[in-house]
Design a protein around this ligand. Structure first.
Ligand code: BG6
Length: 476
């Protein structure tokens, strides 16, 4: 097994937006999991930074609410959490204030057992903060230039803007302080095991590549469902909506991994190039190609659920979609004519992310009396319960020639019983080790915005009304 390496040098993580949900529920627990596995250097420090005032003790209490140990982890979990929290400190201030970062710098100097540690700036903040915060960090002299040691790296969380124009602005603003090699844009779907496995499935097996094209594939369907609403994120969500929240990034990255050609070699640059080639071959869909819906109040799983427009922070006449469906095409030799259907919805009947590749049917003549054999289908389930299922047609045992649809079914958890690491753990470790393979390049994000910006703009200019579907619907 490929055992990940703990970064050899001391590292200080500066977490902007430290009291927010993303930081407390995802990033800090992932750092704690790395710490528990001995994958952080002993001198590791976490410096939380946000606008609200907290003492170190109050900040640690906030973080403690979401620290849990994996089942089966040896040792005393509470003691390990205490020891992790001893490495955490807090500083409050305005994100665009160089003076506030000088205060932070002072705290870092006072607490740092290893002067000259590498610095990882994690911006778990709204994108409007990226540019001003990068500039102020630079002005305060906290950013070590270039790629030499000690390094400074910046991690940005999606959404990277709202459209192509705002993305370009963001990219320009952060590039004034951090070079592309220092910039890591997180799309956490790329850190998921089953998404990483798409590359292995396609390129480490002889079997699939010869049929991975329009001659054999009839359609591809990428489906994303959640059985929860926006969970108190009205302020954010209403500005973005489902297309910007998951389709333009998570699902398009999955599509690129499914559709790209074999990268010319290993490493981040080759993979990114292959994804970019595919993204640039997707014609932007017109506004009418997008079916857009919004969830309405309903009883679901024994509780009455609010409709989207009743959620806190959402205007009562909001037209922001929480469900979207569209078909994309790829104008290249491999895929011309094959529909790539994308479906994404919040407040649906269950949580599910999967890719379904349907192959063309075989000619029926040989089996005429038994009817047409059903087409093969390969289903890569990304979550929950990662699996790969290939439906194949078999002869039913017996005297006749009856056919049955059967399946080869690989469940990750039975084949790989060890814990599947959380996407954020993997990605944070990669940033510390300077590995960009699982981070989209700026050019990919620009290409992704080029696909969706024209339709979004027109839909919003026209103030198009989404259809309503009840919370918990299976097929809106
Ligand atoms: C985030 C979106 O990027 O991904 C959320 O902003 C969504 O709206 C989340 O719920 C889903 O992530 P996961 O890993 O739970 O599928």
């Amino acid at each position: 097994m490929n055992v990940p390496a703990a970064p050899a040098e001391p590292v200080a993580v500066v977490l902007l937006g430290a009291s927010g949900d993303l930081a407390r529920k995802k990033i800090v627990p992932a750092l704690f999991a790395l710490f528990s596995q001995g994958l952080l250097p002993a001198s590791f420090r976490l410096y939380g930074f946000a606008r609200s005032a907290h003492t170190d003790a109050a900040f640690r209490a906030l973080l403690a609410e979401h620290l849990t140990c994996r089942a089966g982890t040896p040792g005393d979990c509470a003691a390990r959490a205490r020891s992790f929290l001893d490495h955490c400190f807090y500083c409050s201030g305005a994100y665009d204030s160089p003076d506030a970062y000088l205060d932070l710098f002072q705290i870092m100097n006072d607490r740092d057992p290893a002067p000259g540690a590498n610095r990882l700036f994690y911006l778990a903040t709204p994108p409007s903060v990226f540019g001003p915060a990068a500039r102020a960090l630079g002005d305060a002299g906290l950013v070590q230039c270039g790629t030499s040691r000690p390094w400074s790296r910046i991690v940005l969380e999606k959404p990277f803007g709202r459209d192509r124009e705002s993305f370009d602005r963001l990219a320009r603003d952060t590039a004034r302080v951090f070079r592309e090699e220092q910039t890591y844009r997180i799309d956490h779907y790329l850190g998921k095991e089953a998404v990483q496995n798409l590359m292995a499935l396609r390129f480490a097996n002889r079997l699939f590549e010869p049929v991975w094209n329009r001659t054999a594939v009839e359609s591809v369907r990428i489906e994303w469902r959640e059985d929860i609403g926006i969970e108190g994120r009205g302020g954010y969500y209403d500005r973005y909506g489902i297309v910007r929240d998951v389709m333009q990034n998570h699902l398009l990255q999955v599509l690129a991994l499914i559709a790209m050609d074999r990268p010319v070699g290993p490493g981040a640059a080759a993979v990114s190039r292959a994804k970019l080639d595919v993204l640039r071959r997707i014609p932007p869909p017109g506004p009418d190609a997008l079916r857009l819906g919004q969830y309405a109040a309903a009883d679901f799983q024994g509780r009455t659920r609010l409709g989207y427009r009743e959620e806190t922070g959402v205007p009562p006449d909001s037209r922001t979609p929480t469900y979207a469906e569209l078909v994309l095409t790829i104008e290249n030799e491999r895929w011309r004519g094959v529909p790539f259907r994308m479906i994404a919805g919040k407040a649906l009947d269950r949580k599910l992310t999967e890719v379904r590749i349907r192959f063309k049917p075989v000619s029926a003549d040989l089996f005429a009396p038994a009817g047409s054999p059903p087409p093969n289908e390969l289903v890569a389930r990304i979550q929950p319960d990662e699996s790969l299922r290939l439906s194949i047609v078999s002869k039913k045992p017996g005297f006749g020639l009856d056919l049955a649809e059967t399946a080869l079914d690989l469940r990750y958890r039975s084949v790989f019983p060890a814990d599947v690491p959380d996407a954020y753990e993997r990605l944070l470790l990669d940033v510390m080790n300077g590995d960009k393979s699982l981070f989209p390049h700026a050019d990919e994000l620009a290409a992704a915005w080029d696909i969706f910006t024209p339709a979004l703009r027109e839909i919003e200019d026209r103030r198009r009304e989404p259809f309503l579907y009840p919370f918990g619907a299976d097929a809106p």
